[in-house]
Design a binder for this molecule. Structure first.
Ligand SMILES: Nc1nc2c(ncn2[C@@H]2O[C@H](COP(=O)(O)OP(=O)(O)OP(=O)(O)O)[C@@H](O)[C@H]2O)c(=O)[nH]1
Ligand SMILES: [Mg+2]
Ligand SMILES: [Zn+2]
Length: 358
């Protein structure tokens, strides 16, 4: 497989330049574990580990290789095993805030052209969730596409699609059935050779089913929803990149329980809610808080019903979250946060020692 078939381009080649005169090669990460990966070195999947030096020089978890990354590797002599010396700068990346108490970025996948935001047209279908996904995706640099899967379970998929288009602020919306194969051809514009797509969404929405369809083979396991709660069972447990017969690179991901913002710019919320941004620009006062001000175009639209109360509330919620995430991601604040936790842990340990009479 050529480098360009794996998504390589001139910009990566430029970043690779400093390494090109010794026995380094570029490779693309197909699977990433903590410090170990499997990388595509040409058509071959090779296990690879980060060098100690690289780990030492890496300040944050987000700078470690993620699926989709281009890395600089050197094969160990006489072994089909490689050492990773560097991660090339990412063209795009989809991040969220890592689960857990610390403000830490988790890179879900890197160097994406398209993110397919999957929702199923069953109990999972929720316009507010789609607004959240779109806001996260807008910060990734990749093109978001909303996929409404399981059209076979919905009485009027065309109506659902129209309703989603109305809140998607220009992002394409594609309704399809991964298991029946209906509507799959509508994804063709994004499945071009050498382009990279990641599939994201809750457990059970059909990400792996769609991947299998695109691969034309049952490579990924899928499981029926639990009948008790009609939720997915978290069948896929790792992120993994596959090559489709048509030459597109598709990444399957585990269903996400929570999708917290890492650090989207305020504009990401404004772009998702372009209708509200346009209204706000018409308010009489440029610093209108859309609360009680006279001449407020937002309040007028809410009164007339042209702006739905639930969409307005969704906007306010995501705007609050964005502001909170921005504060948390601030490097000084993040450090203060870490120090605070250290202190808490020290305090707990000291108390435990006291209690155990040490
Ligand atoms: N009726 C219907 N069922 C579907 C469709 N696509 C997927 N399913 C079913 O939904 C269930 C879950 O599908 P998966 O592909 O495992 O879902 P997933 O998103 O990969 O889930 P995780 O790996 O847990 O994140 C399986 O039983 C699939 O057969 C569809 O278009 N219609
Ligand atoms: Mg899956
Ligand atoms: Zn206003």
């Amino acid at each position: 497989m050529t480098l360009s078939a794996l998504g390589w381009n001139d910009s990566f080649a430029q970043h690779f330049q400093p390494y090109s005169d010794s026995d380094f090669s570029p490779a693309r990460v197909a699977r990433a574990h903590k410090h170990a990966c499997e990388v595509f070195l040409g058509a071959e999947l090779v296990p690879a580990v980060c060098t100690g030096r690289m780990l030492h020089d890496t300040a944050t978890r987000a700078a470690l290789p993620a699926v989709g990354d281009w890395v600089v590797v050197r094969l160990r002599s006489g072994e089909r095993r490689a050492d990773i010396h560097a991660v090339l700068p990412r063209r795009t990346q989809f991040s969220r805030r890592a689960a857990g108490p610390l403000a830490e970025e988790q890179v879900i996948a890197a160097n994406l052209d398209t993110v397919l935001l999957l929702t199923a047209l069953d109990g999972n279908y929720n316009l507010r969730r789609i607004e959240r996904y779109l806001t996260l995706a807008r910060d990734s640099g990749a093109q978001p596409v909303v996929v409404l899967n399981k059209t076979d379970l919905h009485p009027d998929p065309a109506a659902a699609e129209a309703e989603t288009v109305a809140i998607a602020a220009g992002a394409p919306v594609v309704a399809l059935s991964a298991s029946h194969g209906d509507g799959l051809d509508r994804l063709a514009p994004w499945l071009t050779p050498g382009s990279t797509l990641a599939l994201l969404g809750s457990s059970g929405v059909g990400k792996s089913t769609l991947i299998n369809r695109l691969l034309g083979a049952d490579q990924q396991s899928t499981t029926a929803l639990s009948t008790a709660v009609n939720k997915g069972r978290h069948t896929t447990t790792r992120r993994e990149l596959f090559v489709t017969p048509g030459g597109a690179l598709v990444i399957d991901t585990p269903g996400m329980r929570e999708l917290q913002f890492w650090d989207p710019p305020a504009e990401a919320v404004g772009d998702t809610f372009a209708d509200i941004s346009a209204l706000a620009a018409q308010c009489r006062f440029h610093d209108c808080r859309h609360a009680t001000e006279p001449g407020c175009a937002v309040l007028a639209a809410l009164n007339e019903g042209t702006l739905g109360e639930d969409r307005w509330q969704s906007f306010l919620k995501l705007q609050r979250e964005q502001a909170y995430a921005a504060r948390q991601a601030d490097p000084h604040l993040a450090r203060a946060n870490r120090d605070a936790w250290k202190k808490i842990h020290r305090g707990v340990r000291a108390r435990m020692r006291l209690e155990s009479g040490e």
